[in-house]
Design a binder for this molecule. Structure first.
Ligand SMILES: Cc1cc2nc3c(=O)[nH]c(=O)nc-3n(C[C@H](O)[C@H](O)[C@H](O)COP(=O)(O)OP(=O)(O)OC[C@H]3O[C@@H](n4cnc5c(N)ncnc54)[C@H](O)[C@@H]3O)c2cc1C
Length: 511
């Protein structure tokens, strides 16, 4: 059986769905092929247990591109959450926008320094954020190169417009480490810890790593508000269906067909052939190359793609609780906040050390949220769900993940939470742990990596995923990369998906 489309998208993660929707809304016939039974990739809502739902992997929005939301008519209701930096002494700190105060409402001595630092970081982050909604500048020579460099020139101009002092500061910090930056202005406590954790979440790096300021700014590119998507992350799938995208779930793309250097479609693992003049892959770049066959890429590109670094460091623990846990020092409303357990920036750095040697941190850095407190539709009978991202956890410990190691990791995460939620263990009725290895199995992301490939200086912008393949068009005419390993990177942004689809149209592949 052979069906013919204008474009086929491999993978129904939110980027694949975004790319498909952009094309479908411009009149193209698009089919998305997804190996699992449910769309969404890392951004989907699942049953934790009978009558209790929650985010499977990604749980919060902070980096969604407004251009994407507009372009695909995304209808997602959100609730803005404050962040609570949990303190071992019970004096937790509430961070809401530029405001900092103790959770009991009393003034925090660092409120002024924090507000000034955050304002400065958000200002810089917005500048960088401008680069996210377009392909990165190309290094091509001639007129094309000059045209492409426009975005960078605009950034340069805007950096200059910051004024002398801010411009110097921007250039001083942009490639430096978050640890030094934060501790220039803040004491090494839970506030610095929360910001340091934000800087390296999903990365193979501690806050002392060079470039960790960049990853902090990347997170803040849309202003830094933390949003809980009400009723889960399903809006991308709804937008795609509304636009007329055809979805084929439980279908795995086995290979991409190429003839005479031109994409012709895909072959599914059951032998079905789907034809199209364009194929967009939201798989990581090395897998995208393998689907078409390395022989279609020049030897240098093949070598670079094989070397792309992608070691995941985040695990996910999803719990169903029989009741809302006790959290001394927090009001009922504050229990619904984004909760960060990172007692100091130094703690975050130390937590990174074991993962270098294939071990999980004994005191993991946590980001937890109880979405059912804000969105009671997720849970029945007074139960609650808690969604926890734990860092630093190795992708493949020596000898692989044994049942005992998995059990040990779950216990460490729960014990770390229990310091702030006494009695938590007794409330747990269901527990699901996803190690980075499990995340790779579920989604195909190499190493279970948050960004499908490290977001580091040598894998950014013009060299993301690798030099020579940074502008979505992927080696073969009609073949495009549209997932998190493309510019600007991961998070639930939709930007790689939208940029890739627009680039495909601009290059006239479907005209
Ligand atoms: C633990 C963790 C927590 C996170 N939390 C957040 C968060 O709270 N907020 C945030 O903004 N970001 C978060 N992220 C990052 C974010 O989820 C990802 O960067 C983003 O969702 C990637 O989207 P994508 O569409 O590019 O790829 P994916 O979501 O990985 O989608 C790829 C899709 O391709 C499918 N697929 C794979 N192989 C094939 C094949 N051969 N044929 C067909 N289909 C195939 C997969 O099943 C999958 O559906 C988190 C990441 C991790 C690991």
């Amino acid at each position: 059986m052979t069906d013919t489309y204008d474009a086929i998208v491999v993978g129904a993660g939110h980027n694949g769905l975004t790319a498909a929707t952009v094309l479908a809304r411009r009149g193209k016939r698009v089919c998305v092929v997804e190996k699992s039974g449910q769309a969404g990739g890392m951004a989907r809502t699942v049953d934790y247990a009978e009558g209790a739902r929650g985010p499977e992997i990604a749980h919060l929005l902070y980096n969604l591109s407004p251009k994407v939301a507009k372009d695909i008519a995304l209808r997602v209701e959100t609730r803005k959450l404050p962040t609570i930096a949990m303190s071992p002494d019970g004096k937790h700190v509430e961070m809401a926008g530029d405001t900092l105060r103790f959770a009991d409402g009393t003034a925090h001595p660092e409120a002024e320094a924090y507000a000034a630092l955050r304002k400065r970081l958000v200002k810089f982050a917005r500048l960088l954020g401008q680069l996210s909604d377009a392909p990165p500048p190309s290094l091509a020579e001639g007129l094309a190169g000059l045209r492409d460099i426009g975005g960078l020139a605009r950034l340069g101009l805007n950096v200059k417009r910051l004024g002398k002092q801010d411009m110097r500061e921007f250039l001083r910090i942009i490639l430096s480490n978050a640890y030094d930056l934060l501790l220039d202005d803040l004491a090494d406590g839970p506030v610095a810890g929360a910001l340091a954790a934000d800087a390296v979440r999903g990365c193979w790096s501690g806050p002392r790593g060079p470039g960790s300021v960049f990853t902090l700014l990347y997170r803040l590119g849309q202003g830094g508000d933390v949003l809980l998507p009400m009723r889960g992350m399903g809006a991308f799938e709804t937008a795609a269906k509304d636009a007329g995208v055809e979805m084929r779930t439980r279908s795995t793309v086995a290979s991409v067909m190429v003839e005479q250097d031109q994409v012709r479609g895909v072959t599914l693992d059951d032998g079905t052939i789907l034809q199209a003049a364009a194929v967009l892959s939201s798989l990581a770049a090395p897998l995208t190359m393998q689907l078409a066959g390395a022989r279609h890429f020049d030897i240098e590109a093949t070598r670079r793609l094989q070397r792309m670094r992608a070691k995941g460091t985040t695990a996910k623990l999803n719990l169903v609780l029989s009741a809302t846990p006790d959290m001394p020092g927090l009001s009922d409303a504050q229990k619904a906040a984004r909760l960060i357990v990172a007692p100091s920036a130094t703690h975050v750095e130390s937590a990174f050390n074991p993962v270098k040697y294939g071990e999980a941190s004994a005191a993991p850095v946590l980001e937890a949220v109880l979405p059912s407190l804000s969105d009671p539709s997720l849970c029945k009978d007074g139960r609650q769900v808690i969604s926890v991202i734990a860092q630093f956890v190795p992708h493949a410990p020596d000898g692989g993940w044994t049942a005992a190691q998995r059990d040990d990791l779950s216990k460490r995460i729960i014990q770390t939470l229990e310091v702030h939620m006494p009695g938590l263990q007794d409330l747990i009725t269901h527990s699901t742990l996803l190690t980075p290895d499990d995340i790779e199995t579920l989604t195909g992301a190499p190493g279970g990596h948050w960004h499908h490939g490290e977001l580091s200086i040598d894998q950014l912008l013009t060299v993301r995923p690798v030099n020579g393949l940074s502008r979505y068009s992927f080696g073969v005419r009609g073949y495009y990369l549209c997932g998190a390993s493309a510019h600007p990177g991961g998070d639930v942004t939709g930007s790689p998906g939208r940029n890739a689809a627009l680039q495909l149209l601009a290059e006239g592949v479907l005209s």
